[in-house]
Design a protein around this ligand. Sequence first.
Ligand SMILES: NC(=O)c1ccc[n+]([C@@H]2O[C@H](COP(=O)([O-])OP(=O)(O)OC[C@H]3O[C@@H](n4cnc5c(N)ncnc54)[C@H](OP(=O)(O)O)[C@@H]3O)[C@@H](O)[C@H]2O)c1
Length: 188
Amino acid sequence: MPGLSIEGYVIVSADGMLADARRVMPEALKFEGDKQFFTTALDRADLIVHGRHSHEGQPNSARRKRIVLTRAIGAIADDPRNPNATLWNPAGASFEAACNHAGVSSGIVAIIGGPGVFDMFMDRYDTFWLSQAPNVKLPGGEPVFSGVPRQSPQEVLTQHGLVPGESQILDAANGVSVTPWRRTPHTS
Ligand SMILES: NC(=O)c1ccc[n+]([C@@H]2O[C@H](COP(=O)([O-])OP(=O)(O)OC[C@H]3O[C@@H](n4cnc5c(N)ncnc54)[C@H](OP(=O)(O)O)[C@@H]3O)[C@@H](O)[C@H]2O)c1
């Protein structure tokens, strides 16, 4: 949809994991500076998209419009537990149809995981905000993209036409930073 800006958000460990071996995001991957960055980004987004296990669980969550991926329905449905949520099964309906159901046709769409959802939008990101925690390792954990750990997350983003911009430090003591990976007009 031409009016939508698609933005990805994640924090990964040094070995490219977004969760531990139990598929849970551990405390070791949670940093106040990154949480503030993520919260501010979600507050300015017009729509949030995530898999059923990747709800952000923040104080402002109930106010945010969202699309939740699930195979529990055939195509698109209202979420009976949340008036601001649309349930979407991509096997039965397009992303555009889900956005229409959610009532969003322009603005910022924040894609917040998990890995299958990140993969699905790989060729559509305008910007992917990759936060990194270089002192955290999660051996046997859940990789951020399906190409990891064979490739690094940065190599996957490069392969899909995204180029890194200037990094910002989010937590100096722990070396945590975020880098915007943007699609240039000449790549796809
Ligand atoms: N470090 C970070 O920044 C970060 C970011 C995001 C997530 N995480 C963590 O990573 C873990 C992610 O969990 P997860 O791997 O289970 O991923 P998930 O995508 O959050 O949840 C998976 C569920 O979402 C639905 N789903 C996903 N892809 C679908 C598709 N193509 N079609 C239909 N439904 C689909 C399915 O729900 P149904 O079972 O209902 O069919 C599936 O069981 C969580 O612990 C989360 O906290 C961390």
